[in-house]
Design a protein around this ligand. Sequence first.
Ligand code: 3PG
Length: 336
Amino acid sequence: MGVFFPYRNPRDAYKDDKSVNFLELVEKDMKVLVATEKPFAKEAVDGIRKIVEEAGYTLALLEKYADKAELLAAVADVDALIIRSDKVTAEVVEAAKNLKIVVRAGAGYDNVDCAACSAKGIVVMNTPGQNSNAVAELAIAMMIFMARNQFTPGTGSEIKGKTLGIHAYGNVGRLVGKAGKAMGMEVYAFDPFISDAKVFEADGVIKVDSEEELYKKSQYLSLHIPATEQTKKSIGYDLLMSMPKGATLVNTARKEVIDEVGLAKALEERSDLKYITDIAADSQAELSEKFGKRVFGTAKKMGAETAEANINAGLAAASQIVDFFKTGNKKFQVNK
Ligand code: 3PG
């Protein structure tokens, strides 16, 4: 990435005019758009507005938009953009002529075309950790929901004493591990980017050295990998078939990491396997029809759907934007 918003800086137009207060000029001009197809809680929007307006900037809101054209129109004159899972494609970047920064209020930024942003000198950030607790709580809730027959009559089971595998030991994975331990589970974790066993040992979690080993051990497997070229469709038939009897795969990460054909085949061949997710599979309706209570997908992605997570992530996004404009701070930049 280049220097602090290169050539887009309005200061450049006046750089030889000593009578201009450049900082004031920049600050006055800034328009921040919150574009959320799935809106933040009202308290989060109020908090974002306060931060943006106190900085002397203008806030615009585009919520529950139904199609891309609305987003393309709304971004036309904005300097900064706050989004959730909203798609910032090359087309959006092209339409946003003044855009200098995009902050994904959340963790995963697979919905942002980072290359297109980089090509225009636009900084992309996320707000790591801010909504993690909400997602972790949902993952644990999903395990119990499946252990108790989706809260329908009949004998269920307990998660205490069962093995829990954490696939990717980031902010959410760690919290799920901690909660799992508190519930009496035996917790294992695999993360291809963490080789130091002490990271796991410090949390009382057992480090395993491969995906294969993790799935073999896990009666409950909680997925926390991002959707990347390497991980897309990487969780499928072989890993599922290797899981212990009665195992449940919990996906609060991304639907794209699942090989849905492999998932369906494994569910077909093993009547003891279960799958639950808050990011419904493309084939969710067929899966539900075929496998009944062994699968469940929420109607809308809901891991980060708590007021607390919205407030934490939304306010962090707004603060990061103000800090970026005022000081050039790019601590959470992801497109480097
Ligand atoms: C994230 O990556 O932070 C989560 O998936 C939450 O996504 P959401 O903001 O669309 O709910």
